[in-house]
Ligand binder design. Structure first.
Ligand code: KIV
Length: 288
């Protein structure tokens, strides 16, 4: 392991380890990933939890919201991430429509994420204690998600901060308690006032993981493309961009295009001009 890397000591993260994080006063790091190479990067960076979010619909598949991504599309990406992740807990987001038609349908779809794709838990949006209980009964750990739940975009009328006002605060706090009582091992809080997130966090034994929910949650999550500066269509205030890979990538890609157009790529060193070497060099070595 590189001395300067943030890689965590080798240990497999389990659901109970995540669920007990508040008791250990340990802050949880969750990052999203959608393919093999992203999965390796987030693990090497020290993520405790890797979420294959349905944000896939927007940041990878180019949709304007998360509603249209299917179970099969999600499975395809969870499988790729599974191949790249060894130690972090792998959580699969259940997409819109996959847990809305009753507990039997929900459990059947969730089982696919566990059996076919190797996820260790699923995440579902909204206040659905009965659904959570049915999944837990089927041995499937559940991460709940309250606040701004993007799958409810039509009901909510847009991507807006949730839990403002006394009634909404009380409702969210009660929903959080009910989800925990139903067996959820953790709760994502998205876009809620920081003091409400703090109150929910204090009220629960299981960990809260915030995104746009202030500093008092037990953990934080950001979307891969947001934190690396790869997504430039939306820029919510809760996103901190730790790099500008979008502009770095544009520069690199245009340098390649420019070199090709001006005959600067490939150079003699990047070419095989000695016929005796052809087929003898271990070309694949660089991918090993
Ligand atoms: O889909 C997603 O990436 C998410 C996270 C933002 C929590 O739900």
């Amino acid at each position: 392991m590189d001395e300067n890397s943030n890689e965590r000591p080798s240990r497999r993260v389990s659901v109970p380890w995540v669920a007990n994080a508040p008791a250990r006063a340990e802050r949880l790091v969750m990052m999203t990933a959608y393919d093999f190479s992203q999965a390796r990067l987030v693990e090497q960076a020290g993520a405790d939890i890797v979420l294959v979010g349905d944000s896939l619909a927007m940041v990878v598949l180019g949709h304007s919201d998360t509603l249209s991504v299917t179970v099969d599309e999600m499975l395809h990406h969870v499988k790729a991430v599974r191949r790249g992740v060894v130690n972090p807990l792998l959580v699969a987001d259940m997409p819109y429509g996959s847990f809305h038609l009753g507990c039997q349908q929900t459990v059947a779809e969730a089982v696919r994420f566990i059996k076919e794709a190797g996820a260790q838990a699923v995440k579902i949006e909204g206040h659905r204690p009965k659904t959570v209980a049915a999944l837990v009964e089927a041995e499937i750990p559940v991460m709940a998600h309250l606040g701004l739940t993007p799958q409810s975009i039509h009901k909510l009328g847009g991507f807006r901060v949730q839990g403002r006002g006394d009634g909404a605060r009380r409702k969210l706090l009660e929903a959080a308690r009910e989800l925990e009582a139903a067996g959820a091992f953790s709760l994502v809080l998205e876009c809620v006032p920081a003091d409400l997130a703090s109150e929910v966090t204090a009220a629960l034994e299981s960990p809260t993981i915030g995104i746009g929910a202030g500093p008092d949650c037990d953990g934080q999550v950001l979307v891969f493309h947001d934190l690396l500066g790869l997504e430039d269509r939306l820029s919510p205030r809760f996103v901190r961009r730790y790099a500008e890979l979008g502009s770095d990538a544009r520069q690199a890609l245009s340098a390649f295009a420019d070199d090709v157009r001006h005959g600067r790529f490939p150079s003699p060193e990047e070419s095989y001009d000695d016929p005796t070497l052809l087929g003898a060099e271990p070309i694949r070595k660089i991918y090993g």
